[in-house]
Structures are given as C-alpha cells and as structure tokens.
Design a protein around this ligand. Structure first.
Ligand code: ATP
Ligand code: BTN
Length: 276
C-alpha cells in the first residue's frame, strides 16, 4: 500500500525527488496535506518565509480549486495531482512575464519523460495531449514592492479520471492513464518529475530569459500556423498563430499586420472562436 496517507506520500515524494535531483532535492520543502481549499490560495494566504527553500504544497483533495478569472479547477480523489510551488526570483529581477509558458514547458517535458506522446502547449497556460486538456497552470505573482519577487505556480494534472467525470465548459479532457495506455505512475513520481524539470528550466529562465526556451516551447505549440481567435475584455482578435516572441507574448498575424498579445486576461480558441 504505497499510497496510505499524506505523510507516506510526502516521504515517497522526497525519495523520488532525491532520485532525480540528488542533493539538489534538499532545496525543496514538501508539505503534503489531505485537504486544502486551493493550494495556490493556501500559499498566498500563509506564505512561507523567504528561507532559501522552494516550498511545495500538495493536496490530496481541493475543495475550491481555481483556474484563471475565477474559473473552477476540478479534481478527483486518487485521480488527480494538485500542487503549488512558491518560487522566488533574484532581488530586483523584472516581473517574470513568461512564467506560465516556462511552467507549461516543464510540465510537458516531465510528461514526455514519463512516456506520454503528443504533448502540446496551448498558449499561455494549458497542457494538451492530441488536443485534449490534460493539465492546467495558474501562476499568481505575490505582491511585495521592494521585496524578492515571488510567484506561486499552481499545477493541476489529470492522472486517471473516473469514467463519469464531467468538466463543464471544456470540450476535450484527457488524463495520463489514457496517454500512457496504462495505469499512471504514482502522484509522488509525477510530482518529482515536474519539480525536477521546473527547477532546471527556471534556472535557465533566470539566467538567460524566456528566449533560451522559446524554440522548445514552439516545438510543442498546439496552434502553430493555425487560425485562432483571441478574446479579451476589450476586443476579440482573429488571425494565424505565429508562435511566441522572446518574452512569451503570442504573435498573431491579423489582416492588418502582426499583433503581439501579452499573457493576461485573454483566451485562445481554435479558428473562429469555438471551444479549444
Ligand atoms: P482559457 O482557455 O481562457 O485560456 P483555461 O483553459 O486556461 O482558459 P482557466 O481559465 O484557467 O482555463 O479555467 C480553468 C478551466 O479549465 C475551467 O473553466 C474548465 O473549463 C477547465 N477545467 C477544470 N477542471 C479541469 C480538469 N480537471 N481537466 C481539464 N479541464 C478542466
Ligand atoms: C487552468 O486550467 O488553466 C489552470 C488550472 C490550475 C489548477 C491548479 S490545481 C493546483 C493549484 N491550486 C489551484 O486552485 N489551482 C491550481
């Protein structure tokens, strides 16, 4: 019974992380709880001290999982992995605009290492498999003028959803079991794979910026050279998705020229505006 309690999963996660990262695993503090409203909210409401560690909070069950703009993230006991990591950046570093994309790329690479094929990224913050949503990312920057910039990176992954799982307002949903065509690895194994990739890619991002990761992101772009519709609060734009620039902004070729769309409160949909 490897999955008996949150405490045993915490130990398993630490071992899995040591296996992947060696002594670098010591830079993580892992807190695995049975229940939480939202792991993002919990880290924002009770932010751990700036002690040099990367704090990671995992919940077996979230009662109020959140997506962007107040949307819900649904999860199922034993069928989902939901966690958040508090990442701090060098003092004075600029606002990390491309962070959602870096997190998406880390997640994609971790899933590929675990054997998933057809992993795609939907700008700015979704991970798809052959067009269906497998995972979502919610990055929230912590306020704090003059302090070390910090972000909570929240990740929800569908591991093995119940056959009757319903996700409103999302056309295609999939899980890792389906992608691997077998029972998925344990949550601790998946967590360790994602944290190891996050650590590696965020180091690159901090040293060289998003531009160093741009090609890897674009190789997995679900909408490369396809017609898309971008809807924001003020306007809706249609055009061809031409990838992302060196800051992670979406490049949209419209009838009146190239537009640069910043990561923000905008949604990307396929073609003429239907659900992606
Ligand atoms: P957008 O398409 O506008 O960029 P999004 O796909 O990034 O949005 P959010 O705005 O962050 O999503 O909100 C989360 C959305 O994810 C929900 O509205 C719901 O449609 C979908 N969702 C919720 N739970 C799951 C899940 N377990 N698996 C797949 N999709 C989910
Ligand atoms: C999305 O769908 O685009 C974002 C979903 C993010 C869900 C994760 S689950 C762990 C963390 N806690 C939350 O409340 N949200 C994120």
């Amino acid at each position: 019974m490897p999955d008996a309690s949150p405490a045993s999963r915490e130990i398993e996660a630490r071992r899995a992380l040591e296996h992947r990262l060696g002594r670098l695993a010591d830079s993580f503090v892992i807190d695995w709880r049975a229940h939480c409203t939202s792991t993002n909210s919990a880290l924002i409401e009770a932010t751990p001290a700036d002690d040099g560690f990367i704090h990671v909070l995992i919940a077996d069950r979230q009662s109020a999982g959140r997506g962007r703009r107040g949307r819900q993230w649904l999860s199922w006991d034993d069928g989902s992995l939901t966690f958040s990591a508090l990442w701090r950046f060098a003092p004075g570093a600029p606002v990390p605009a491309g962070l959602s994309l870096v997190a998406g790329l880390a997640l994609a690479r971790a899933l590929e290492e675990l054997g998933a094929q057809g992993v795609q990224l939907k700008w700015p913050n979704d991970v798809l498999i052959h067009g269906d949503k497998l995972a979502g990312i919610l990055v929230e920057l912590l306020p704090g003028r003059g302090r070390t910039p910090a972000a909570v990176i929240g990740i929800g992954i569908n591991l093995q959803l119940p056959a009757d799982a319903q996700v409103p307002e999302q056309r295609g949903v999939t899980d890792l079991a389906h992608a691997l065509d077998s029972a998925p690895p344990t949550r601790a194994t998946v967590l360790a794979a994602v944290l190891a990739e996050l650590r590696s890619l965020l180091d690159t991002y901090a040293a060289a910026g998003f531009v160093a990761l741009r090609d890897a992101w674009q190789q997995r772009n679900a909408f490369a050279d396809l017609p898309v519709c971008i809807s924001g609060e003020a306007e809706t734009l249609q055009g061809i998705c031409r990838g992302v620039d060196e800051d992670g902004a979406l490049l949209l070729e419209t009838a009146v020229g190239m537009r640069r769309v910043l990561v923000g409160d905008v949604s990307l949909r396929a073609g003429g505006g239907g659900q992606a």
